[in-house]
Design a binder for this molecule. Sequence first.
Ligand SMILES: *Cc1c(COP(=O)(O)O)cnc(C)c1O
Length: 225
Amino acid sequence: MPINTEEYQRIKSELDPHKVTLVAVSKTKPVEDIRRLYDMGHRDFGENYVQEMVDKAAQLPEDIRWHFIGHLQSNKVKYIAPFVSLIHGVDSLKLLTEINKQAAKRERVIDCLLQVHIAEEETKFGLDEDELKFLVSQFPSLSLENIQVKGLMGMASFTDNLDKVRQEFRHLKQIMDRFKNAEMPGFSIDMLSMGMSSDYKIAVEEGSTMVRIGSLVFGARQYDE
Ligand SMILES: *Cc1c(COP(=O)(O)O)cnc(C)c1O
C-alpha cells in the first residue's frame, strides 16, 4: 500500500491542537516514503530495527529526529548512539547504563523513555510498577550523566475492547503522574508515548503527548513482526 499524505495531514491537524507529537513509524517502508513526508515538513520518524534505522539515516537528511521504538539489545546501542534522538523502549538499568556509556563516547546526551508493561498479554518487554519503582530508586546512585529520562512509553492490549485499551492508557498516565515528582539529575518525566494507528485517539484523550503511527500513514506493512 502506498503512503497516504492526505491521512497524514488529517492526523496532524487532529493532533496539533493538543500539542501531541506524531512519530511516523516507517519500519519496513522505503526511504522514498520517508522523503515524501520530510518534504512536507515532517521530522519525527520511528524505526524498530537497528540495522534498518542505521541504513535509512545514512541516506536521509541529518535534521531528522530518529525515534527508536523497538526492543533494543545492549550490544546494538553503539550503532544508533551517534544520531538517535529518543529511545522509547528502555526497560532495564543495564540498558540505561549502556546507553549512557555509548552517549558519553559520542559526547552527547541521549533522551530515553522507560517502557512500562500495561497490556494484558504476557511479554518479556516493559517494566511492571514494582520494577519501575526499583529502577527509579537506583537511578541516582548510577550517576548517568549522558542520558535524560524524559518519560514513559507503553502499548495497550491488542484487542477490539476499546474500554480495556482506555483503562490501560489511563493506568499508564496515573503511573506517570506518580513518578512526575521524582525529579533528580537526568530524570524528569513528562513525556508519555502511547497510541498507535488503531488506538491513538483514545491515547490522546487519556493524556498521550506522543503517538507512534505507522500503517495509517504509510499503508499496511507486508512483513510485520
Ligand atoms: C509498529 C509499531 C507502531 C506502529 O504501529 P501501527 O499500528 O502501524 O501504527 C507503534 N509502536 C511500536 C512499538 C511499533 O512496533
